[in-house]
Design a protein around this ligand. Structure first.
Ligand code: 173
Length: 317
């Protein structure tokens, strides 16, 4: 009888716990409604729809609410519960995050071959967070310029960077100046920089086409914008709540199929806006990509010898 009562009581508390809706506070490290926040915003809508009564995401917003380079630490310390942020913005806390741009395999594959699991482990340890999803693996970066170099060489050029581009810009003799995205327009307008690194998509969101003359070929690396959940929050969720988030994360990663068409249309749009490609031909382009990969990995491995090397072996490049 006692046992029965206890079982009934346990079932009841489980039900009560299950019925409790949790609210997660979310931020994004990119401006609201722009290219690299849009899919996260769709993810939020999806969670709020599919998770009714279980999980609710309260979207606080973007860089107006929190400086982009502080978002990683805010998830780590539970100032926010969930965030949309590129690893490039938290390499200070986790140098391995700089290696994610060098892993361009589809997430379906990364989840199967142990890459996701290892990246998640690193996030658990160093960022006190669950690596819920990664977006945009099939969108590459470019260097955009307002001065046309004679050859594949940045000597004399000041180029706006984040950790994504710093090593390759410096390897080619350029001066790297780090700024968050929100300062790029003004830096270009005032001639503080002669160019900037950015993905192939998204330059129209903040009007950069008005202050951009050239796009350097080739494209390189792979964009990574991640959804992170504070690990204590994650562990405190019920299995059903975690399932809502995981299912929505897989749905979010699947949106990457839309990217190829978007890349094509943005390249066309750049041409129409008068942005000219600079192309030194296939041999120079290959040299550039090889160099970018090599300096990228070296930089990660120098700061994180063991885990950096392990990431590189998982990436297989
Ligand atoms: O250039 C940047 O600010 C940057 O590092 C980045 C990373 C991912 C997507 C867009 C920009």
């Amino acid at each position: 009888m006692k046992r029965l009562l206890l079982a009934a009581l346990l079932a009841l508390t489980a039900n009560v716990a299950g019925a409790q809706e949790v609210t997660l506070r979310a931020v994004t490290s990119f401006a609201e409604k722009t290219q690299f926040s849009k899919n996260f915003e769709r993810f939020i809508d999806r969670v709020n729809e599919t998770g009714k009564g279980q999980v609710k995401i309260n979207y606080i917003g973007g860089p107006r609410a929190m400086p982009p380079f502080e978002v990683g630490n805010a998830v780590r310390t539970k100032v926010v519960d969930i965030a949309n942020v590129t690893g490039a913005f938290y390499t200070n806390l986790m140098p391995e995050a700089d290696g994610l741009k060098l892993i361009g395999k589809p997430m379906g594959e990364q989840r199967k071959n142990g890459t996701w699991a290892y990246i998640n482990e690193l996030h658990n340890q160093k960022l006190n967070s669950q690596f819920l999803a990664r977006q945009f693996h099939n969108v590459p970066f470019h260097i955009y310029l307002n001065k046309k170099p004679e050859k594949m060489d940045f000597t004399g050029l000041k180029i706006r960077v984040t950790p994504v581009y710093k090593d390759i810009v410096e390897a080619l003799g350029g001066t790297a100046i780090t700024t968050p995205p929100g300062e790029v327009y003004t830096a270009l307008e005032r001639g503080v920089v002669d160019g900037y690194g950015w993905p192939v998509t998204g330059i129209f969101d903040l009007g950069w086409e008005k202050v951009t003359k050239f796009r350097l070929e080739p494209a390189f690396y792979a964009v990574e914008v991640n959804v992170l959940v504070n690990l204590d929050v994650w562990k405190g969720l019920t299995e059903a709540q975690r399932k809502v988030l995981n299912d929505a994360a897989l749905w979010l990663e699947a949106l990457d199929v839309e990217n190829d068409a978007q890349v094509k249309s943005e390249r066309d749009r750049q041409t129409k806006a008068g942005i000219q490609p600079i192309d030194f031909g296939p041999a120079e382009s290959k040299k550039f990509v090889d160099k970018a990969n090599e300096v990228g990995w070296q930089s990660v491995i120098k700061r994180a010898p063991e885990s950096g090397a392990k990431l590189r072996s998982l990436a297989g490049n």
